[in-house]
Design a protein around this ligand. Structure first.
Ligand code: GUN
Length: 307
């Protein structure tokens, strides 16, 4: 089974757009996302463009802020302070990575937790770990939504997560181990001596390491579910752009053994963007003193509902 995040994201975005319409009617304004881009990293430019396009599709306003690569940390922090106190802004997204002279953690911590639609702030990560209501990091949240949609149960399952990033690996593990998700989770990383022995045991493997062919067919048990978080640019002269997008998984070989697998592109990526939109709506609702479920938008789903 191919787990199409692309298809699911279209469904989810339709529900979110209905809720955004309902929000706009009730509060006479659209939810608003501030999108902060530093420098001209080509991948970041592409991601930011896709995020703004999704805002426009769904009825979310976006406030665009761009800086040269040379911006100082203090200037960036004062921009964030301004967005924190701007009543028209519900969510703040600072596209990562940032130039090496800027401390990403300082920037993440500067964003008001209520506007932290990436779910990267220590307060949101801490709440997530404790199983409390928070804004949840978009990629792990999108992966859970894929598993739910395709009725892949996690309770009692062994899940192996490859990669210990703050953005994916750590919050993914925290979500899966919560009551209700009930998975037994192992995280492998660059210092794990025998990654294959861990992945081979797993019912579900989540590859989030950032290099091609990190998960090959010999590392996967027959019938496992495979989630590919990687978005790697590999040179490809047959493409107009000069590169092709490849995941972390050797898709052709692994898909012959897996019972279900996400493709790249068209898997986790579109769900990450859909979840960013959902978090923006959630942040906007909470700033108005309601939960998204209270919108009664008739979307017919616990859209905005949570993990
Ligand atoms: N860079 C790569 N992924 C992400 C993401 O999910 N959010 C932000 N802000 N930057 C990223």
């Amino acid at each position: 089974m191919i787990l199409s995040g692309k298809e699911l994201s279209e469904l989810v975005k339709k529900q979110i757009s209905e809720c955004c319409g309902s929000f706009a009617r009730r509060f006479s304004r659209k939810p608003c996302l501030a999108v902060v881009l530093v420098g001209d990293n080509p991948a970041s430019l592409t991601y930011v463009r896709s995020k703004k396009k999704a805002c426009e599709e769904l009825g979310i306003a976006h406030l665009d802020v761009s800086f040269e690569n040379t911006i100082s940390q203090d200037e960036l922090l004062s921009c964030i302070a301004g967005l924190n106190s701007d009543p028209s802004v519900d969510g703040i997204l600072v596209q990562m990575p940032l130039p090496s002279h800027v401390d990403e953690l300082a920037v993440t911590e500067a964003i008001s937790p209520e506007k932290d639609v990436d779910g990267f702030h220590p307060q949101n990560i801490g709440k997530l770990l404790l199983g409390q209501k928070s804004l949840v990091a978009c990629t792990p949240k999108g992966i859970l939504r894929i598993l739910d949609h395709y009725e892949i149960k996690t309770a009692g399952k062994k899940v192996c997560i490859m990669g210990r990033s703050n953005i994916v690996g750590k919050p993914m593990a925290a979500l899966l181990m919560q009551k209700g998700r009930d998975a037994t989770v192992t995280i492998c990383h660059s210092r794990t001596p025998d990654v294959a022995s861990c992945t081979r045991e797993a019912d579900i493997v989540i590859a989030a390491v950032g290099h091609v062919n990190a998960l090959t067919a010999d590392m996967v048990k027959e019938g496992a579910v495979v989630i590919d978080v990687g978005i790697n640019r590999v040179p490809d002269s047959s493409k107009k752009s000069g590169f092709a997008l490849k995941g972390d998984v050797d898709y052709d070989a692994v898909s012959l053994k897996a019972s279900a697998i996400t493709p790249v592109p068209g898997g986790v990526g579109p769900m990450t963007i859909a979840m960013l939109m959902e978090n923006t709506l959630t942040a906007a609702c909470r700033r108005e003193g309601i939960e998204p479920e209270d919108l009664d938008c008739g979307c017919g789903k616990s859209c905005c509902g949570g993990c």
